[in-house]
Design a binder for this molecule. Structure first.
Ligand SMILES: [Zn+2]
Ligand SMILES: [Zn+2]
Length: 143
C-alpha cells in the first residue's frame, strides 16, 4: 500500500456541515466507480469511494437520509444539502464513503477503476494507469 495510507483517523462531512463522520483508520480500499447509479446519484462521471470496516466508521453528527438504490443496498446523503456520503450493502461489515467529502481527501489514493463498462467518454482519459475492472474487482488487502 502507498505511503498515503496512514493510520490516523480521517474525518469528513457534507457541504452544509450538518453531517459529520470519522473513519477510525485508513481505508482498506479506494476506487473510482464508473457505474451508472453512481453517475446518476452524484451528477458526476464517477464517484471515488473509500472503504472501511463498519466497526471503524463513526457518525459524529447529523442523521443522513437514506435512498435504497438496489434491493440490497442503500445510499446515504445529507437531506439538507444533498451531498452523497455513504454506500452500504445490507449485511456487509464494511461501508463506503465518498472520498470527496473527506476533510483531507489527498491523504488517500485510488487503486482501481471499477464497473468500467459504463465509463463515460468524458472520463476515458482519467487515471488510466490504474487497473480496470468490469465489476468491483478482487477483494482488497487488509481487514
Ligand atoms: Zn449537508
Ligand atoms: Zn458505483
Amino acid at each position: 500500500m502507498s505511503e498515503a495510507y496512514d493510520e490516523d483517523p480521517h474525518e469528513g462531512g457534507c457541504l452544509c456541515g450538518e453531517i459529520r463522520y470519522r473513519l477510525k483508520r485508513r481505508p482498506t480500499d479506494v476506487g473510482h466507480c464508473h457505474c451508472s447509479m453512481c453517475q446518476r446519484s452524484s451528477g458526476a462521471l464517477f464517484v471515488t469511494w473509500a472503504t472501511v470496516p463498519l466497526t471503524e466508521f463513526e457518525l459524529l453528527q447529523g442523521d443522513p437520509a437514506t435512498y435504497r438504490s438496489s434491493p440490497n443496498a442503500k445510499r446515504l446523503h445529507c437531506g439538507d444539502c444533498g451531498t452523497q456520503l455513504f454506500f452500504h450493502v445490507d449485511e456487509e461489515r464494511r461501508i463506503d464513503v465518498t472520498v470527496a467529502t473527506l476533510d483531507e481527501p489527498d491523504r488517500v489514493e485510488a487503486v482501481r477503476n471499477i464497473w468500467v463498462d459504463t465509463r463515460r467518454a468524458a472520463a476515458k482519459g482519467f487515471d488510466r494507469d490504474l487497473p480496470d475492472y468490469v465489476d468491483e474487482g478482487p477483494e482488497p488487502d487488509g481487514p
